[in-house]
Ligand binder design. Structure first.
Ligand code: FAD
Length: 485
């Protein structure tokens, strides 16, 4: 059919993957259209994910820090929480960033079509236009014709089928809306998102329970790291229910009554009643909602779209990036994938052979739980090394020996680096402690560059900093590698 708009590259979805791809493609000289159903660019990450959660976590960590100061002779008294103002602060943070994105799109002459997009052919996408702050349809339709497409439609929170419809049962988006502070809150799913939101609510005054099917919280991280977080955070929780399934929920006047079952045949914990239940049991990709079949793009049963290292789907001129192509569902992964897709496309359309060979070949993608303390890890974990039979040398530096950590009154953490036993090259690392997330990038860089324990240990880190612990951990490992020159 006839098209209303024509472009080199259509980007479906304006999240971190989508806007990064669009901006790179525009910078390389291509005409770009972003189709996004919401009023703002930024996707989940900026609007209802990474950024608002960190705005609230920052406030929570300052509150906790101030409480710690009591031991140092400084007492500010009990905090007064003005929830409307706090919500306003968070919204302002988000607005600053999404406003910035809109300007950057304008500067690059990237066209934004506001609406719900669905493929109608191999080179066309139909958009049902939306308006307002949500996604109310206006009834108007636009057809966009494209030479290449990048699917960046992201993911959404999973809902348990037996959960009743009730404002006291929320997903992460609902929790970030910060309607109020509950007395008793259940975090359903012991992953990063649930534990971050739990940290915020507990500092604001809520008592927490957490329920997790598996045998530990914060899966993916080594248990020694998680243990430090868990010990510090135990006072926030009334019940930590591991190896436990949530099997039912009933809305009552007193709250949401939730029932549990042991996941390994043990005794079931007693049912509990909560003022707020946060469902944080994972996210599912939006692959089945974009008319992919009309373009011939294959979607898996679970809704993911498979791609090669150039981000190409089974249809050679259609690419996909971000949460929709698989784990880990992280913004920094989506951004890098977006750049690759844009470069490959620009290379092909502009006849630049070098660009056309762009590929995603990052060795590692860091993970961070922005809890208090933070838990960060990258590359091989100790558990994985064990499972894969990789022989490693470990260098562990306890923060109890870090001048800065002690000066900060926060010496519970440690820095751990893992080196290949024969090459002494770094293969992974984990940090637990305040600002761990800000530090893990150095470990990722070392892995990307193939650094060994001498390279890291001999790098002069400023004193006294928490980052010093990375050099120290390398020296510890080096000391135990007898055959290192
Ligand atoms: P998304 O951000 O999901 O963007 C997809 C966009 O596509 C959305 O704006 C959506 O409206 C739009 N869209 C979808 N379908 C259509 C359609 N048919 N038509 C038009 N538009 C459509 N990651 C981190 O790295 N660090 C963090 O600290 C972090 N914290 C998080 C905290 C929370 C509470 C949550 C929920 C997530 C967090 N994440 C974090 C994950 C991060 O938000 C995602 O990995 C990231 O947003 C994925 O980017 P994306 O571009 O793939 O998709």
């Amino acid at each position: 059919g006839r098209a209303d708009l024509d472009c080199d590259v259509l980007v479906l979805g304006g999240g971190p993957g989508g806007y990064s791809a669009a901006f790179r493609a525009a910078d390389l000289g291509l005409s770009v259209v972003i189709v996004e159903r919401y009023a703002q660019l930024g996707g989940v990450c900026l609007n209802v994910g990474c950024i608002p959660s960190k705005a609230l976590l920052h406030v929570a960590s300052v509150m906790d820090e101030v409480a710690h100061l009591k031991a140092a002779g400084i007492d500010f008294g009990a905090p007064q929480v003005h929830i409307d103002q706090l919500r306003g602060h968070k919204d302002k943070v988000v607005g600053k960033l999404t406003g910035g994105l809109a300007q950057m799109a304008k500067m690059r002459k990237v066209t934004i079509v506001r609406g719900y997009g669905s493929f109608v052919g191999t080179n066309q996408l139909a958009v049902e236009e939306t308006t307002g702050s949500g996604q109310e349809k206006t009834g108007a339709k636009k057809v966009v014709q494209f030479k290449r497409a990048i699917i960046a439609a992201g993911s959404q929170a999973v809902r348990l089928p037996f959960m009743p419809e009730d404002p006291r049962i929320v997903d992460s988006t609902g929790a970030l809306a910060l309607a109020g502070v509950p007395k008793r809150m259940l975090i359903l799913g012991g992953g990063i998102i649930g534990l971050e939101m739990g940290t915020v609510y507990s500092t604001l005054g809520a008592r927490l329970d957490v329920v997790e099917m598996l045998d530990g919280l914060m899966q993916g991280a080594d248990r020694d790291l998680v243990k430090v977080w868990q010990k510090m955070n135990a006072p926030r929780f009334d019940h930590v229910m591991l190896k436990t399934r949530t099997v039912g929920a009933r809305a009552t006047d007193a709250g949401i009554e939730v029932s549990f079952e042991s996941a390994d045949g043990g005794a079931a914990p007693a049912p509990q009643t909560y003022d707020l239940v946060l469902q944080a049991v994972g996210r599912s990709p939006n692959g089945k909602k974009i008319g992919a079949e009309k373009a011939g793009v294959a979607v898996t049963d679970r809704g993911f779209i498979n791609v090669d290292i150039q981000m190409r789907t089974n249809v050679p001129h259609i690419f996909a990036i971000g949460d929709i192509i698989g784990q880990p569902m992280l913004a920094h992964k989506a951004v890098h994938e977006g750049h690759v897709a844009a470069e490959v496309i620009a290379g092909e359309l502009l006849g630049d052979e070098k660009l056309a060979k762009a590929a995603f070949n990052a060795r590692v993608i860091p993970s961070v739980a922005y809890t208090d303390p933070e838990v960060a890890w990258v590359g091989l974990t100790e558990d994985q090394a064990k499972a894969q039979g990789v022989k490693i040398t470990k260098g562990l530096f306890p923060w109890a020996a870090s001048g800065r950590a002690i000066a900060n009154g926060r010496d519970e953490g440690f820095t751990k680096l893992l080196f290949d036993e024969t090459t002494h090259r770094i293969v992974g690392g984990g940090i637990v402690g305040t600002h761990a997330g800000d530090m893990i990038g150095e470990v990722a860089l070392a892995i990307e560059m193939g650094a060994d324990s001498v390279d890291i240990g001999a790098t002069i880190h400023p004193h006294p900093t928490l980052g010093e612990s990375i050099g120290m951990a390398a020296e510890v490992a080096h000391g135990s590698c007898t055959d290192v020159p």
